[in-house]
Design a protein around this ligand. Structure first.
Ligand code: F6P
Length: 358
């Protein structure tokens, strides 16, 4: 067999672990008769035919090595039919590279945007196997994405560290978690880290409710309050705006991000000292945690198995703890949001965690 691999979009901790599992499984199952073409910097490498041949040796440290040995980049789907600066048409160029190397299939390790491009390549006749990468856990069709549990771990530890200094000083900390338009990371890390308030895009907030939650903490004798806010969180008023109006509002905003807006308002509405904490890109950094290594390996094995069976046009997924495959055209471009009425939110509310809405 001859197979291609690429990693696309924002990186995460378990990309190398996933590629290791693909390469190791296919090498073992085909008695070392598979050739691996690793395209560099995401779809860019496929467009420009920039690649390196991969072997098992390249991925010996894959389980513990974060980032991606292939490099990655973002190639927005919206611009997929716009030519490159030198006039190269992206889709025809990708098809040509695929055909030139006589690939049997292409493994795409990517998030939502990358999956849309993968589906486009499927429509053009390429054999695509997509794997669900992203710390955001927002890929439709799978309960889990690789990168997610490592990010939760990092944010949870970050809250732990902030809590000691917040307690010493009796401060409120507004910590901002990544997650793009969804709230999976703050929801899970907020519960694991014992946040007092969790703000996610799926549950628009009301400043008065956040203030009430913090004041309640104080009456309970808590010296510190932790507000964990998703980077995409928005207020009830903002949630009523059209997409265009909201974009215009963001463009005018003076604060660098939502955590600063909330911190500013908390300082205005309370007599507390407020600080902002940003784990930032460390959420995507470092080695994968054990659960991510396991899930990445399961994804890689499932993807390799699909390739051996000639089952293409799929996204490898996990549903209710079981590995499975879902048709790529059913998932491409769909976001998986937190259910505001789902179990996790209900449980958190039941123990008194505020979502800033009630
Ligand atoms: O999709 C992963 C992610 O980390 C999002 O959570 C975040 O919004 C975005 O990427 C940050 O992108 P960049 O690395 O381009 O700053």
């Amino acid at each position: 067999m001859r197979v291609g691999l690429l990693t696309s979009g924002g990186d995460c901790q378990a990309l190398n672990a996933t590629m290791r599992a693909i390469v190791q499984t296919l090498s073992y199952q085909t008695h070392e008769q598979t050739e691996f073409y690793g395209f560099l910097d995401g779809y860019h490498g496929l467009v420009c035919n920039q690649y390196k041949r991969l072997t098992k040796q390249d991925l010996l440290d894959g389980l513990i090595q974060g980032g991606t040995i292939l490099g990655t980049s973002r190639m927005p789907f919206k611009q997929i039919d716009e030519p490159m600066e030198d006039g190269t048409r992206k889709v025809p160029a990708m098809i040509q590279t695929y055909q030139q190397h006589k690939l049997d299939c292409l493994f795409v390790l990517g998030g939502n945007g990358s999956t849309k491009t993968a589906n486009r390549l499927r429509e053009e006749g390429l054999n695509i196997i997509a794997l669900p990468k992203t710390i955001d856990n927002d890929t439709w069709g799978t309960d889990l994405t690789f990168g997610f549990t490592s990010a939760i771990e990092i944010v949870t530890r970050y809250i732990d560290d902030i809590r000691t200094t917040a307690t010493s000083h009796g401060r409120v900390f507004v910590i901002e978690a990544m997650g793009h338009k969804v709230g999976w990371i703050p929801l899970y890390a907020g519960i694991a880290g014992g946040a007092d308030v969790i703000l996610i895009p799926e549950i628009p907030y009301d400043m008065k409710r956040i203030v009430a939650a913090i004041e309640h903490d104080q009456t309970e004798g808590e010296r510190a309050s932790i507000v964990l806010v998703a980077e995409g969180a928005l207020s009830k008023a903002e949630a009523k705006l059209t997409k265009k109006e909201y974009k215009a509002l963001l463009a005018k905003r003076e604060e660098p991000s939502v955590a600063y807006v909330i911190a500013r308002e908390l300082e205005r509405l309370t007599d507390r000292e407020v600080r902002v904490g940003l784990p930032g890109h460390s959420q995507r950094g470092g080695a994968p945690d054990a659960q991510d290594r396991l899930f990445a390996t399961q994804c890689g094995i499932e993807a390799a198995e699909a390739a051996l069976e000639g089952k293409y046009g799929i996204l490898v997924a996990q549903k209710k703890g079981k590995m499975c495959r879902v048709p790529l055209d059913e998932v491409a471009g769909k976001l998986k949001y937190v259910n505001p009425k789902g179990e996790m939110v209900k449980e958190a509310r039941y123990m008194g965690i505020s979502f800033g809405d009630a």
